[in-house]
Write a protein that binds this ligand. Structure first.
Ligand SMILES: [Zn+2]
Ligand SMILES: [Zn+2]
Ligand SMILES: [Zn+2]
Ligand SMILES: [Zn+2]
Ligand SMILES: [Zn+2]
Length: 443
């Protein structure tokens, strides 16, 4: 009995010891030699420029004991010290060019962890070293300034100006001064430049009609006015004469008045150009020109009509140009005495380039002051364009009866419009006759 009791006690003690031991296992409170470690792998962590890493190792899930390659290790044994060359959070910043008023910055890379700067090729540098100094020639905000004043009254030649630093340039890009750009009031144009067809001061050019040079300048430029009434359409009143009524009334006060056919946006801009924005395919405007001596009367006779057309986008032309029509926009018998409009509908395909200024030169003849209008057509699809630089040069010897007539004398890039007769390419010749240089090409 005693013996049994002792044995039971012994078992009880063993159980107690086992329980204690299990308890120690579970709590892992410092006992390192008495339990069986259970190791779990811990993945390695690379060191960066601001944080230390460690090699991979195993760690006992109970007591935290560490082992690597089967050998017990400490945290100090596995630590990988900070690696000042391992920048893991690097932002790439594109170059900012220097201008005439502001510094720029080379393209660079920047570690957001340790705030180190690098060149694009990863050479360590500083923020200061990356700065590109102000570039005195870096004029990024250039504007063209049209000639102001003229050879007769004096003024300023057309030039270019940097809106940032105020530096002035000739149109050829040479740096200049306001004094050098000044046009002396000499009372006449200066044709002594390289191109005898263009005034040295840039305020006049010569255009050929039948071989005769006509001067196009401020003296024959016509101000464009915008009519304040909105769009007009032939169906607005249900009466086909509505347009005629509209146009007749608007010329009682304004001689050259532009507006769109429909209620599209249009306006006269600060340079005197008529800019219109078409949401659909076409528009027109109709105007008369004032008599040379009496601005209240409509001119009758022969004249040159010169105007510029600048599309704001690349366009394919359906119909573009001017003709003489009646107040309702009809040609009647007048079609055969007028050049076709440019574009696919009346002549040939024509594609025009964005922001290029094209010039039209017409030789026209109004034979009556009533019910004869110059109509400008613009069938260019949905686009924005500007009409500007309208000149009327009155010519002698025009017909004052019979059908009105109109001939396209020249069309092309505005800067090519001035040339001498020996440089004429006869591009607008009709039936062997060139209206520009006047030559008979059939011989
Ligand atoms: Zn352990
Ligand atoms: Zn770094
Ligand atoms: Zn500048
Ligand atoms: Zn001039
Ligand atoms: Zn010619």
């Amino acid at each position: 009995m005693q013996k049994i009791k002792r044995k039971l006690l012994s078992i009880a003690a063993s159980v107690a010891a086992l329980v204690l031991c299990l308890c120690l296992f579970a709590s892992c409170s410092g006992a390192t030699s008495t339990h069986q470690h259970v190791f779990a792998p811990v993945e390695g962590l690379e060191a960066t420029c601001t944080t230390a890493g460690h090699r991979s190792y195993e760690k006992c899930i109970y007591c935290g004991a560490m082992r690597a390659n089967g050998v017990e290790v400490t945290e100090e044994d596995v630590v990988i010290p900070i690696d000042e060359n391992n920048h893991v959070h690097v932002e790439n910043v594109d170059e900012v060019v220097a201008t005439c008023i502001g510094t720029g910055m080379q393209a660079y890379r920047h570690c957001t962890d340790c705030d180190t700067y690098f060149t694009w090729d990863y050479d360590e540098t500083t923020q200061e070293a990356l700065v590109i100094p102000i570039d005195p020639d870096g004029h990024m905000n250039m504007v063209s300034v049209a000639a102001q004043g003229n050879c007769y009254d004096g003024g300023v030649m057309a030039h270019r100006k940097c809106n940032d630093c105020g530096t002035l340039f000739t149109m050829d890009g040479e740096e200049t001064t306001l004094a050098e750009l000044a046009i002396a009031p000499g009372g006449e144009h200066d044709w002594s430049g390289d191109d005898p067809s263009v005034c040295v001061n840039g305020d006049a050019w010569k255009i050929l009609l039948e071989g005769q040079e006509e001067i196009v300048d401020f003296g024959n430029q016509i101000a464009i006015k915008q009519h304040s009434l909105g769009g007009v359409s032939s169906s607005a009143s249900g009466d086909s004469n509505y347009k005629q009524y509209f146009f007749n009334t608007m010329f009682t006060t304004d001689i050259m008045t532009f507006h769109t056919q429909d209620a599209d946006e249009a306006g006269v801009d600060e340079n005197g150009g008529w800019t219109y924005q078409r949401s659909t395919g076409s528009t027109f405007t109709r105007f008369t020109i004032a008599d040379e001596t009496d601005p209240a009367k409509t001119y009758v006779g022969r004249f040159m009509l010169v105007f510029d057309f600048t599309p704001a986008s690349n366009i394919d032309v359906t119909r573009l140009g001017a003709k003489i029509v009646d107040g309702a926009g009809n040609l009647g018998d007048w079609g055969s005495t007028q050049s076709p409009l440019l574009g696919t509908t009346e002549s040939t395909a024509l594609s025009l380039s964005r922001n290029q200024t094209y010039r039209f030169v017409y030789d026209m003849n109004l034979t009556s002051d009533s019910n004869q209008f110059i109509q400008f057509w613009s069938q260019i699809g949905s686009a924005t364009a500007t009409i500007s630089n309208v000149h009327v040069i009155y010519l002698d010897g025009g017909a004052t009866s019979g059908n009105p007539s109109s001939q396209l004398v020249w069309f092309g890039a505005a800067e090519d419009s001035a040339f001498t007769a020996d440089r004429c390419t006869h591009e607008w010749a009709v039936d062997g006759h060139c209206p520009s240089c006047g030559r008979d090409l059939s011989a």
